[in-house]
Design a binder for this molecule. Sequence first.
Ligand code: SF4
Length: 237
Amino acid sequence: MIGKKVLLKKIDKFLSKRFGIPTRQNPLPKPIDTLIAAILSQNTNDNNSYRAYKNLKNNFGKWEEIICAKRSQIEKLIQIGGLAKQKSIAIKNLVNTLSERNDINLKFLNELDNSEALNQLTKFEGVGLKTASCVLLFALNRNVCPVDTHVHRTVNRIGIVSEKTPDKTFNSLNNILPDGVAHSLHTNLIRLGREICKQSKPDCLVCPLLKLCKYDAKNFSGSMKVTTKSFMLLDNV
Ligand code: SF4
């Protein structure tokens, strides 16, 4: 257990050296903003979900205005982000419920530890572990590392965990997460997965983690063009 914590600190250090220490918003976004943006980010890319989020935010002065809006109007506004029907249902239900509780800004989360906060957030329709953990990291500054497809793939290839699904990876990874690394580690693992340790073929020759990675199917067939894909939706809500 101690060994993997040390390894994660090293990984965080090497990735920060390569990609930089990601900056954080100041002040942090409101939890409701992050939650809606995270719902919109499901199954699409950051650019399209950002456009969907901006369409929604610019159209409604306050999220409470969604209560009286037609669901079809919300669906139209977020069409660019895909899965618009189910996301519009989730967002409308979420805002309705929070408004009924008189807690649109999710203040109740401040009283809860990470595990209970995740438990409560995932009770909302359309909110899974990844979406809920993004609220904890990006809006509440908790030391929680959300696991998307890139984080899942990279930490399994490196050998930090050995899990079949992102949710199982989330639990295993967060059980051994050192203090204070969640934001930089999460952000830079995504960059690693997008730019170097790609799904189709990793480019191990240019990887900053080559010496400590345990992946037994490393690819050294020549350096592919490294693309820079640094835009992160949840750092820009
Ligand atoms: S060495 Fe290769 S497999 Fe391991 S993390 Fe780097 S790119 Fe991925």
